[in-house]
Design a protein around this ligand. Structure first.
Ligand code: MTE
Length: 385
């Protein structure tokens, strides 16, 4: 007899307010919010924030310009019908359901944290390193910082009766199952260890002071600070709590590091690396003989960003950028530097961040077949005119 009999797997159906067009109907067609070209670059079912769109924003990325990463299409769920079912052999008893009002009645926490797709920067594996990788060719716009408000996952798990020998929890989304190349992988789900779940993970229902927008997980999503964005399951409908380790295609096949530089079975992915972006679009023309205030942002999953060095001449000379924010554990820092170019012609802007744990962006990112964790210094081309 197994110590914990297999529990009832809950029905994850929920009433929807009507279906959107299929994602493949048009680029970005499965995303609910407007995607004007001055704010977003669209990649299939996903949309990234254009670098210059961050320039005039404050610390937090406004909801209308926050990147969207959807495996399928944004479902429009009704909070009144929404239920979160917590279930599994890692609980002391039967599955426990929470409604939206019940979740909102729990003690609320607010946390300003970056959310970033592990594949952010993927296109530079090809354009800077000549590596052959698969996946959405993001530049550096698959990241944003928001104030997330919600209940602690720890509180919900304790109310549901989590056992002391539970090891993993697996939140699952209510969006359509992900089908690729004829293979149905089921609904988006990804396990995390109980230690992470009880530490800093939020069941968020607000983003920057507003109810979560449809595209960002309405009515409730997971926010797992410092971890790869896929850990932050949107439209969460159920959470399995298990006394044995769990896996899903999102840990065994996707969001795993494969290739000659990684172990034969691949390496798991959790904490995000150090990265930086300039808030200027590649190819921008900058007049010579004028002082330009150039700005950017850096962030790291492994601690706050302590230092950012910049170069405006392709890496020949470097100096420290002025940091505009204190290092924050799971947020980003804004920085700036003044540049007065004299010679017309092409130039390259480079930024290299170092976090409080001493991790510095390398010149070359370690390649992997699916192009995750591009953390090398990115060369941003501009033209002095
Ligand atoms: N959750 C569900 N249910 N479905 C998804 O497609 N995408 C994940 C994660 N959670 C996803 C999901 C990925 S890969 C990322 S990077 C983040 O959501 C993106 O969150 P955002 O679209 O709010 O920016």
């Amino acid at each position: 007899m197994p110590a914990h009999p297999r529990p009832h797997r809950p029905d994850d159906s929920v009433r929807r307010r009507g279906r959107l067009r299929p994602a493949m109907a048009a680029e970005g067609g499965g995303i609910h919010k407007p995607l004007p070209p001055d704010l977003f670059h669209i990649h299939g079912t996903n949309a990234e924030t254009v670098p210059a769109a961050l320039r005039r924003t404050g610390y937090h990325t406004p909801n209308d310009r926050f990147f969207v990463r959807n495996h399928t299409t944004t479902p429009r769920l009704d909070a009144a019908d929404w239920r979160l079912t917590v279930w599994g052999d890692g609980l002391r008893g039967a599955p426990v359901e929470f409604g939206y009002a019940q979740l909102r009645a729990l003690p609320a926490v607010t946390r300003a944290t970056c959310l970033e797709c592990a594949g952010n920067g993927r296109s530079y594996f090809t354009s800077q390193q000549g590596d052959d990788v698969t996946g959405t060719p993001w530049t550096l716009g698959a990241v944003g910082a928001a104030r997330w408000r919600g209940a602690r996952l720890a509180d919900v798990l304790r109310l549901a009766g989590i056992r002391s020998d539970a090891v993993d929890v697996m939140p699952r989304g209510l969006d359509d199952p992900y089908v690729d190349d004829g293979v149905d992988y089921g609904r988006v789900r990804r396990p995390m260890p109980v230690a992470k779940a009880l530490d800093d993970v939020i069941l968020a229902y607000e983003m920057n002071g507003e109810p979560l927008p449809y595209d960002h997980g309405y009515p409730v999503r997971i926010v797992a600070p410092s971890w790869v964005g896929v850990a932050s399951i949107k439209w969460v409908g159920d959470i399995e709590v298990s006394a044995a380790p769990l896996s899903s295609p999102w840990t065994t096949e996707f969001y795993r590091l494969f290739g000659p530089d990684h172990p034969p079975g691949g390496a798991p992915m959790t904490v995000l690396p150090v990265r930086s972006t300039w808030e200027i679009d590649a190819g921008t023309a900058l007049p010579a003989g004028v002082t330009h205030r150039l700005t950017g942002r850096s962030w790291s999953g492994g601690g706050g960003v302590a230092r950012v060095d910049v170069s405006t001449d392709g890496g020949a000379h470097w100096h420290a950028a002025r940091l505009r924010d204190e290092p924050s554990e799971d947020g980003w820092v804004r920085w700036e530097t003044d540049w007065r170019p004299y010679e017309p012609g092409p130039a390259e802007l480079l930024a290299r961040a170092t976090d409080t744990a001493g991790r510095t962006q390398p010149d070359r990112a370690v390649p992997n077949t699916q192009g995750y964790f591009f953390d090398a210094v990115v060369r941003c081309p501009v033209t002095v005119v």
